[in-house]
Write a protein that binds this ligand. Structure first.
Ligand code: ADP
Length: 159
């Protein structure tokens, strides 16, 4: 049984996240989607809201389990019995940070990281972009899955 952990802030989840997690789910038996704590950053959605949205958008994927964690990602992966992390790579901007994290996670916990290249049609999407677009009153159909669009728009456009 092969399992992997896709950790992230998901604040909010996007079509880019969904693409990575669908592709990763097809490569293993169980894919844990781990909602990470926001260290030093103000979260726009609570962990419960993010988990609920991720569950709704992955309803059709039986191998996906949405979980939350509060400790170092390597410690959480060990707790789950997982030794593979999944991350998405967008253009060059993600590379340096991801490279450092992957080396640190391998050093600290013997955990490998699988990198999936972002779909070029979705690679410009980020949670920051989604928050900015909604704040200015524009709809989010191009950026987030239809099942969570209303909820994300209603919440972010109020701020
Ligand atoms: P974090 O704060 O851990 O980077 P994010 O929610 O921003 O959390 O991202 C989680 C993962 O999803 C990261 O590996 C990121 O590169 C990837 N990701 C985010 N947006 C996209 C996208 N549009 N296409 C592919 N991967 C993405």
């Amino acid at each position: 049984m092969k399992s992997a952990l896709f950790p992230g802030s998901f604040d909010p989840p996007s079509l880019g996240h969904l693409d990575i997690l669908q592709r990763a789910a097809s490569l293993c038996d169980t894919l844990y989607v781990g909602v990470a704590p926001h260290l030093g950053k103000q979260a726009h959605f609570s962990t419960d809201e993010k988990m609920e949205m991720l569950r709704r958008m992955t309803d059709h994927l039986p191998g996906v389990k949405v979980v939350a964690f509060n400790q170092l990602v390597v410690d959480f992966a060990k707790e789950l019995g997982v030794n593979i992390l999944v991350r998405g790579l967008r253009a060059f901007s993600d590379f340096e940070y991801e490279f450092r994290m992957a080396l640190a996670n391998r050093k600290m916990g013997g955990i490998e990281t699988w990198f999936l290249m972002a779909d070029p049609k979705l690679s410009y999407i980020s949670s920051t972009l989604i928050r900015d677009v909604a704040k200015h009153g524009s709809r989010l159909g191009d950026f987030v899955p239809p099942v969570i669009e209303d909820q994300v728009f209603r919440r972010l456009s109020k701020k």
